[in-house]
Ligand binder design. Structure first.
Ligand code: GDP
Ligand code: MG
Length: 369
């Protein structure tokens, strides 16, 4: 999320703003001198002028989120991360609750009262991570940033209601993200349940389920009675096996913020889904435009843990402020590095705000300088 305006870029290159605007036009980008450019566009412009691009600070690459490839030999298999989508009232929340409850051993600390936006379920020794993001806001935000968090998408369709607008949307999202689908035909306990109608309607969305000789898994379930839930979990594991999901557990941790809040007793609580590496108590981290030292780690069952590895959701205590859902999380080498990244990001945020406040661009602004 680095940003620079056309004017700033011009100043840095000692070129005129209008000259950059012209070059941008030539590239098919209509921009005023106040326009904010993303790094890739900025880099193209700089190259166009024959300058050697030098990024001020490419924190995302430097801290290893998109950088440093892992050695094949360091990779270990990890749990699939699953998102549940579907039309309103078709049973997303009920399904997530049912899967979660079935997994809670009575008497466990925290029990089912603990809600951290993501949790793990164990099925015959194998784990599945479910993302439980309210309103999918975080999920949408993460995708908008190009972060891929989900491995498998479950689309819930009520057997007594069929394919509805948000069902179609969910299917489109999953397809766009290139994430395999599992169709959960829910409310099978209902009198009006008609799973074949659902299968039929799915054809129009170009989703051909297995019982129609297609390649999309479908499972008939009832989130209310628990019917088919074991089968659903089996199907998830089957799909996960095909995906051969792996991550390097022995590097500095990277992940994504699932949700974050300020807790009266505990301070800033950053629920993070670890994607690579292992986060440990004492680690210095950056989460969006905040940083901190890991004071404590709490798992989805409310238990304190010493570390958390790939695909594990964990509450990280110790951030100086409250980051946003969808922010990246990364462990960095030292405090100075963390401060440098956060200072830079906060500066970028300020600039963006100032630009937004500056209001709409005028023709005059476009031809100033
Ligand atoms: P969401 O909007 O997709 O999260 O849907 P909810 O989980 O809130 O469910 C909407 C309504 O459908 C609630 O009243 C649930 O109790 C009910 N519901 C969900 N799953 C089932 C099911 O399998 N069978 C029946 N009979 N009702 C269900
Ligand atoms: Mg719901």
């Amino acid at each position: 999320p680095e940003v620079i305006t056309v004017q700033e870029l011009a100043n840095r290159m000692a070129e005129k703003g209008v000259a950059l605007v012209k070059v941008l036009m030539g590239m098919g980008v209509m921009a005023t001198i106040n326009e904010v450019l993303d790094q890739d566009t900025a880099q193209l412009v700089v190259e166009e002028f024959g300058h050697k691009p030098k990024r001020v600070l490419d924190s995302d690459v430097e801290i290893g989120i998109s950088g440093a490839e892992d050695d094949e030999t360091d990779l270990a298999s990890r749990a699939p991360v699953v998102t549940v989508m579907g039309h309103v009232d078709h049973g997303k929340t009920s399904l997530l609750d049912a899967l979660r409850k079935a997994n809670v051993v009575s008497g466990e600390a925290g029990g089912i009262t603990q809600h951290i936006g993501a949790y793990q379920v164990e099925v015959s020794g194998q784990k599945i991570t479910f993302l439980d993001t309210p309103g999918h806001a975080a999920f949408t935000e993460m995708r908008a940033r190009g972060a891929s968090v989900t491995d498998i998408c479950i689309v819930v369709v009520a057997a007594d209601d069929g394919v509805m607008p948000q069902t179609k949307e969910a299917i489109a999202h999953a397809k766009a993200a290139g994430v395999p689908l599992i169709i959960a035909i829910n409310k099978m306990d209902r009198e009006g349940a008609n799973p074949d109608r659902v299968r039929q309607e799915l054809l129009q969305e170009e989703v051909v389920v297995e019982s129609f000789s297609g390649d999309v898994q479908e499972v008939e379930i009832s989130a209310l009675t628990g019917l088919g839930l074991d089968n659903l979990k089996e199907q998830i594991l089957l799909q996960a096996e095909l995906l051969e999901l792996k991550a390097n557990p022995s590097r500095a941790a990277n992940g994504v913020v699932v949700e974050a809040k300020l807790d009266k007793g505990r301070g800033s609580v950053t629920t993070t889904l670890i994607q690579k590496g292992t986060v440990k108590i004492g680690d210095i981290f950056v989460a969006g435009a905040e940083w901190g030292r890991v004071r404590a780690l709490v798992n989805d069952k409310g238990q304190q843990v010493k570390e958390a590895g790939p695909s594990v959701p964990v509450e990280v205590l110790g951030a100086g402020g409250v980051p946003s859902a969808g922010d990246d999380f990364a462990v960095v080498s030292n405090e100075a590095r963390a401060r440098e990244i956060v200072d830079y990001r906060q500066e970028q945020i300020k600039k963006k705000r100032a630009l937004a406040a500056a209001g709409p661009k005028t023709m005059e602004a476009m031809f100033t300088q």
